[in-house]
Design a protein around this ligand. Structure first.
Ligand SMILES: C[S@@+](CC[C@H](N)C(=O)[O-])C[C@H]1O[C@@H](n2cnc3c(N)ncnc32)[C@H](O)[C@@H]1O
Length: 346
């Protein structure tokens, strides 16, 4: 939809321009990057990259050590996770590894030259074999917002660059079908909101298609059918603080992800995997938040302090009320990795 006379646009169009336009929040050259505005698991602890490297090792084994093993980091930020994984995989894996960072922002200076920087998944070689990993990517794929009016009709919400909203036309077409299937608003009181996740479903299905064989994983703030938040989750972040979402390029704009809908879209006609919690998966990958035994404090005080720090970081990554509550959508592509999701259950 084009702008109205007041300059209002749909949230999807406004977010697209605010985040990814020439001067958008993520594209601005020289900015601090995502790490300067919010803390993802990647920035919380190097144990996260170690866990992803362990997952990559398991994928490699399941694929019978292919001559070229891809690690595809989608929504790579400044390439921190790719660099961390590269530093942690065993030598025999590193020798065969083809690391790709897929990111709309420009390549950062100083990134390991082995990393291939791609502006989009369509630039990736066809039929990659390996692990595709998307940490907090889908929540930044712009979506429209619907809100019910006094008659109970779901209308698209329009927004101006200063963040002021106005009701738009009724939601129709494929977006209306998506709402009916995944986030029904029938009978909801006036003012009930929903984020229309169809663009994320399509983005995820496209990411899964980029793999010829292996495992595709999306990790994000998630909610599921039957427990969607009645006022939606659209919000902003700037300088480490949650702020009112204003689509003027000054802040990140994000909304939690209907990962169950993405799972269905990525599965085609096959069964869709149920998203799991980060706490559960990271524990299966060896991230352990337990404190070291007190006896270590006297036998090896420095080791004790180090182990205590590591346990604190692991506890942050697995905290059910924080990062540990994130959803992991683990989607095998082809038969070789079909058993991996069950092996990651604790
Ligand atoms: C919240 S940041 C996450 C960065 C990193 N994965 C992390 O966990 O620290 C989301 C990133 O996804 C990127 N992004 C969004 N849509 C994209 C797309 N279609 N293709 C590539 N990158 C995209 C943004 O530019 C941004 O850097």
């Amino acid at each position: 939809m084009t702008r109205t006379a007041s300059g209002a646009r749909t949230w999807r169009a406004a977010t697209e321009a605010a985040l990814y336009g020439p001067h958008g929040f993520y594209r601005r050259p020289g900015g601090p990057g995502p790490a300067g505005h919010f803390r993802t698991s990647v920035h919380a602890s190097s144990q996260y990259a170690a866990a992803v490297a362990e997952l990559l090792r398991r994928v490699d084994e399941a694929l019978a050590r292919p001559p070229h093993l891809a690690f595809v980091d989608v929504g790579a930020g400044r390439g921190e996770l790719t660099a961390g994984v590269l530093a942690r995989v065993p030598e025999d894996v590193a020798a065969r590894l083809r690391p790709y960072a897929v990111e709309r922002a420009p390549r950062p200076a100083g990134l390991d030259p082995r990393v291939e920087w791609l502006a989009g998944l369509d630039a990736a070689p066809a039929g990659l074999t390996g692990l595709l990993f998307a940490n907090e990517w889908l929540d930044n794929v712009p979506v429209d917002v619907a809100e019910t009016d006094d008659e109970g009709t779901a209308r698209r919400v329009l927004v101006r660059a200063d963040g002021e909203e106005a009701p738009g036309p009724p939601v129709d077409g494929a977006d209306a079908a998506w709402l009916a299937r995944w986030w029904p608003l029938d009978g909801a009181p006036p003012g009930t909101r929903a984020e229309i996740g169809l663009p994320r479903d399509l983005a995820w299905a496209g990411a899964v298609r980029a793999l010829g064989a292996g495992l595709a994983v999306a990790v994000d703030y998630a909610h599921e059918h039957g427990a969607r938040p009645p006022l939606g989750t659209l919000t902003g972040f700037r300088d480490g603080r949650e702020v009112r979402p204003v689509p003027d390029g000054s802040c990140d704009i994000t909304a939690h992800v209907a990962l169950d809908a993405c799972a269905a879209a990525g599965s085609g006609d096959g069964p869709a995997p149920a998203p799991r919690t980060q706490r559960e998966v990271l524990r299966a990958l060896g991230v352990d938040g337990r404190r070291p035994p007190a006896s270590l404090a006297s036998s090896d005080p420095i080791g004790y302090i180090r182990a205590l720090g590591a346990a604190g970081e692991a506890a942050e990554l697995t905290d059910p009320a924080g990062l540990g509550g994130f959803g992991w959508l683990i989607q095998p592509v082809g038969p070789a990795c079909a058993g991996l999701p069950a092996a990651l259950a604790t």
